[in-house]
Each structure stands twice: as C-alpha cells, then as structure tokens.
Design a protein around this ligand. Structure first.
Ligand code: ADP
Ligand code: ADP
Length: 226
C-alpha cells in the first residue's frame, strides 16, 4: 500500500472557469523524496495543500496508506517557506507545541523535544526565542517540530527558498540525513531544478496549462538510493 495515492485530482476556481489542477494522478513511494517542479502558477502549491488536507479537491480522491482522507491529519506534516515558529515561544516550546496539539504525554514530549533539537543542532538554543535566531535556525526549529510529531509524510513548500546559498546547502544536507534516518516520505516544492536533482528520488514536473503532470521522472540509481 503506497503512503499516498492521488487519483484524478482536479481543483477548479472561479466557479469552474479556471482549473488549477486537471485530472492529476500519482502514487508516492515509501521513504522517497519527491520534488514538485514547474513554472509559477502551475498548481504545485494547490496540490501540496490538497495532500496536506488544507484544501479540498473539486474532484478526485486522496488515500493515505490505503485510507480515504479528507482534511488534515497527524499522518501528514507541513513545513512552510516562511518561518512558522511562534515568536512568544522558545525553540524548545515551539517544538513541544507541535506534540501538545497531538496530545503526546508530557514526559515523552520533553524527551522527544530535546532529541530533535539535538538532531537539528540547536540544543544550545533551546531557550532562545525565534527573534534571536537566524533564518536557517528558525527553519531548523520548524523541521524539528514537524519531525517530532512523527508524521509518515512530510510536505515542504519551498522550505529553503528564503535562505541564502550557504545556509540552503547546510539545510539540504541536514534534511537528507534526517529523512534517511527517520524514514519519511517527503514531497518538496522547489523552483530550483538543481536542488530537485540533488535532493529528490523523483521529480514530478507540472505543466503551466492546465495544471497537469508533464513528466514524472525517477532519479534513483539501480540498487541504491542516490
Ligand atoms: P504554484 O504553486 O505552482 O505557483 P498554485 O498552486 O499556487 O501554483 O496556483 C495555481 C493556479 O491557481 C494559479 O493560477 C493561481 O493563481 C490559482 N489559484 C490558487 N489559489 C487560488 C484561489 N484561492 N482562488 C483563485 N485562484 C487560485
Ligand atoms: P545563518 O546565520 O546564516 O542563517 P545558520 O542558521 O546555519 O546560518 O547558523 C550558523 C551558526 O551560526 C549557528 O549554528 C550558530 O552557531 C551561529 N549563530 C547564528 N545565529 C546566531 C545567534 N543569533 N546567536 C548565536 N549564534 C548564532
């Protein structure tokens, strides 16, 4: 059973006169990173938001591990481009908050929070507020928060788009390391084709008109991951 199966997804706006997605189908493979690539306005964000359950398709069906889903769930975690940490909470409290809303017991929450802050190399900044953290560090808090929630599928909308080249590179390395270690299925939107080739096991290219898949290309080597 695939972690995610999208069947004939369409999304129409303006009373059906505009199609953001037109009959899109694909399955994700477990423990793979899939990149969504394509020109601006081709429907990447709409597709990601539909997978996350933040938007509903006009038509079509979405299954997570063989079960029909509508709306968000703890099996899917989302990381946005802009830093979504709460400014009034410390790094530690931000990571913990993600588990609080999933009602993870307090003792387990504390343990997982420190583990994941260590994994993203922020243990020394556990008590720092987002305003005193750099862009890369804030994005690492978001990554830790989502990983600590332990979703099977992680969705990323231009996760490194706001970071400068060096930090972006560090984040890519960290992400590959964590994804392999935590065995996650990942979908990441990127405008950067080089980043897609570097990070992804597969690239799905969306076409400008009318929101269809133009190409679906596996990047895995025979007998190995990357
Ligand atoms: P991408 O992420 O590939 O840039 P989007 O999924 O954001 O593309 O958008 C796909 C198309 O749908 C765009 O033409 C956009 O203007 C349109 N669109 C997105 N959201 C809405 C909305 N809420 N109402 C009307 N049109 C929308
Ligand atoms: P950038 O600062 O360019 O976004 P990173 O987020 O990767 O890059 O941070 C690189 C390192 O710089 C951090 O691991 C940390 O040691 C140090 N650093 C960045 N911002 C701060 C800060 N506000 N206080 C202390 N150290 C910092």
């Amino acid at each position: 059973v695939p972690p995610l199966k999208a069947s004939r997804i369409s999304k129409e706006y303006l009373g059906g006169t505009f199609k953001a997605l037109d009959d899109v189908s694909f399955e994700l493979q477990e423990n793979q990173i899939t990149a969504f690539v394509g020109p601006s306005g081709c429907g990447k964000t709409t597709m990601l938001r539909i997978i996350a359950g933040l938007e509903y398709p006009t038509r079509g069906r979405l299954e997570v591990f063989g079960k029909n889903v509508q709306g968000p769930g703890p099996d899917r975690g989302m990381i946005f481009q802009a830093y979504t940490s709460f400014p009034w909470l410390t790094a530690m409290q931000n990571v913990e908050y993600g588990m609080k809303i999933l009602k993870v017991p307090a003792a387990e929450r504390r343990e997982r929070t420190m583990n994941f802050l260590k994994l993203v190399h922020l243990e020394k900044f556990a008590d720092s507020y987002p305003r005193s953290l750099s862009g890369g560090m804030k994005q690492r808090v978001a990554l830790a928060r989502t990983l600590a929630q332990n979703p099977a599928i992680i969705l990323m909308d231009e996760p490194f788009g706001a970071l400068d080249a060096q930090v972006r590179w560090e984040m890519q390395e960290l992400m590959i390391e964590l994804i392999e270690r935590e065995k996650k299925t990942v979908v990441a939107i990127t405008h950067d084709i080089e980043e897609a080739i570097y990070l992804a096991d597969r690239i799905i290219f969306f076409s400008r008109q009318p929101g269809r898949i133009k190409a679906d290309i596996p990047l895995t080597f025979k007998g190995g991951r990357r």
